[in-house]
Structure formats: structure tokens, C-alpha cells
Design a protein around this ligand. Structure first.
Ligand SMILES: [Zn+2]
Length: 179
């Protein structure tokens, strides 16, 4: 018995009625970027079903170079595999979602950040870049960062949203647009 044992039992239940989705475009034509916080699981918050949307998660839901690379690869892959099924001018929308009460908010405090850097070996600048103190501000920054990247396909639009942990509501801060 380990911590995952009860979850493996849930998986047994899941697999009993399972039908494998076919390889295809994400049904929602969406990629979600969100925080790894266990209170903001996009599958639950947005009601995603299997096959609906790839989800990229990291601390804060920040648009890092690694996230930009993943999005560039997904756009390439979709074009290669399903280019004939796609509209000529649109691939999918990337929805960047930041949230209130984000644990990365503590990193806005220089003392906390220095301690975190010393304890983990992560550079202070990296920690500072992941901080979400005001999700309405950081989500705008990250939408702009993604739209400014030369790696972003012109067929991919980007939108920004804030999830409020207190109410369960997602509100749109930046409507979807292309480069
Ligand atoms: Zn968070």
C-alpha cells in the first residue's frame, strides 16, 4: 500500500467503461496553459473531456521558453498530421489561465525569494519570473510574451484569463488574437 494505491483503484473503475479516443485534433481546438496548483485543475474547472485539449502546467502557469517550445511543436504536429482537415488560417487557440491565491505569489517578496533560491538552487531571477502576485497583470504579460515569440505559428491565437479560487469563476482578461 502506497499513496497511489487508492488512485489506482479509481483507475480500475475508470478503465472499466473506457473507450480509447482516436488520434485527432484536440476537439476543443484549444491548448490550455495553467498553474500546477491542485486547486485549479483545468479538466475540472473547464469541464474538459479526454481528447478535448492539451494542457501545459507549471508553477504559476507562466509562458516560459519551454512552454513556447511545446506550443510550437504542437502546432507543427497538428499541421503535419491533420493539415488537410484544418482551415487555412486557423490551428487553435492558446488559453493562458492564471489564478488568485497562487503560491508563486510569495516569490514577489525578496526575502522569501532569496531563501527559496538558497534552499532549492533555482536562480533568483527564475523564481522572480514565475511569481504571480496579481494574476490580471501577469496573464497580460504572458499573452504578450507568447504573441511576441517568433516560434509562435501565425495560425495560433492567444487569450488570457483569470481563475478566481474563491468563486470558481474564470474571467477573460485578454480576448483571443493573432500575432
Ligand atoms: Zn498557482
Amino acid at each position: 500500500m502506497t499513496r497511489i494505491t487508492p488512485l489506482l483503484e479509481r483507475n480500475e473503475q475508470f478503465a472499466r467503461d473506457y473507450t480509447a479516443p482516436a488520434l485527432g485534433l484536440p476537439a476543443a481546438q484549444l491548448i490550455v496553459v495553467s498553474c500546477l496548483d491542485h486547486r485549479v485543475d483545468p479538466a475540472i474547472v473547464l469541464g474538459l473531456r479526454l481528447g478535448d485539449a492539451p494542457v501545459i502546467r507549471n508553477a504559476g502557469g507562466r509562458v516560459t521558453p519551454a512552454v513556447i517550445e511545446d506550443i510550437a511543436f504542437l502546432a507543427f504536429l497538428a499541421g503535419q498530421l491533420f493539415g488537410d482537415q484544418l482551415a487555412a488560417d486557423a490551428l487553435f487557440e492558446v488559453a493562458v489561465i492564471h489564478h488568485t491565491q497562487c503560491g508563486t505569489g510569495f516569490l514577489a517578496d525578496p526575502d522569501f525569494r532569496r531563501q527559496a533560491a538558497e534552499a532549492t538552487g533555482i536562480p533568483e531571477a527564475t523564481l522572480e519570473a514565475s511569481a504571480v502576485a496579481d494574476p490580471h497583470l501577469t496573464v497580460k504579460t504572458d499573452v504578450e510574451r507568447l504573441l511576441a515569440s517568433p516560434l509562435l505559428s501565425p495560425k495560433v491565437s492567444v487569450s488570457g484569463h483569470v481563475y478566481d479560487i474563491a468563486t470558481g469563476h474564470v474571467t477573460t482578461t485578454v480576448v483571443a488574437r493573432y500575432q
